[in-house]
Design a protein around this ligand. Structure first.
Ligand SMILES: N[C@@H](CCC(=O)N[C@@H](CS)C(=O)NCC(=O)O)C(=O)O
Length: 224
């Protein structure tokens, strides 16, 4: 059986988790305790020398990098399809996936940090300009469709959907992006999202931990 090394609060591991649930793939979950640095132990470093989750093990095959895992799952378990076959549609899907990875995710620690005292309050409607650029791009990509690929869920929704609904829980207000807000609501009604959504206490604990990490990093940069 597939072995899935993950942490329940990792939005990157959640991409893989969501895809497996949507495809009804059987897997054995292995929780990697990032807070207690289990990912720095030699056994885990042998699986992923970059000490990240997720990792997928299928027999002799060890796969790191969430997008490599998603592509493997799609090739091995093609039904139900989470990837289109039309070249332009594939390009549009990959574009959203990579914008999430390269433009949105680097903003997450800063959002966690700046909203550390107001998680879930949604009190502050201010969207930083860099985040606005991503949300405007995603709004344009979605258009009037239900999903990024049209009327069917794809890896673009899985990737964006592992991050954006979480960001709204951390205080990002999507009021100015109503179609994205409706898309978030559509996803969070799905069983896979409900099964993987962190509870409020775990989210708050994770937020405190990320805040500590960001502060530690800032102190190290100031010392250097
Ligand atoms: N490019 C990697 C990034 C994975 C990643 O950054 N995972 C984070 C959790 S969201 C992690 O494991 N952080 C712990 C660490 O780096 O020590 C992927 O897509 O799989």
């Amino acid at each position: 059986m597939l072995k899935f090394y993950y942490h329940p609060l990792s939005p990157i591991a959640r991409r893989v988790w969501l895809a497996m649930l949507e495809k009804a793939i059987a897997f054995e979950p292995v929780l990697v305790d990032l807070k207690n640095r289990e990912n720095l132990k030699p056994d885990y470093l042998a699986l992923n020398p970059f000490h990240h989750v997720p990792v997928m093990v299928d027999g002799d095959l060890q796969i790191l990098e969430s997008f490599a895992i998603l592509d493997y799952l799609e090739a091995k378990f093609p039904t139900p399809a989470l990837s289109p076959t039309n070249p332009a549609a594939i390009a549009r899907m990959k574009m959203v996936q990579l914008v999430i990875a390269n433009e949105l995710m680097p903003q997450l620690p800063g959002l966690v940090f700046s909203n550390a005292d107001s998680a879930q309050s949604k009190a502050d409607p201010t969207i930083p300009p860099k985040l606005d650029t991503v949300l405007t791009f995603l709004t344009a990509r979605l258009g009037t469709d239900d999903y990024f690929g049209g009327d069917r869920l794809s890896l673009a929704d899985v990737t964006a959907g592992a991050a954006l609904p979480l960001m709204t829980r951390l205080g990002v207000n999507l009021q100015a992006y109503p179609s994205l807000g409706a898309w978030c609501d559509r996803l969070t009604q799905r069983t896979a999202w409900q099964q993987t959504d962190p509870d409020a206490a775990s989210l708050a604990a994770w937020q405190r931990w990320i805040t500590l990490m960001v502060k530690r990093q800032q102190r190290q940069i100031a010392k250097a």
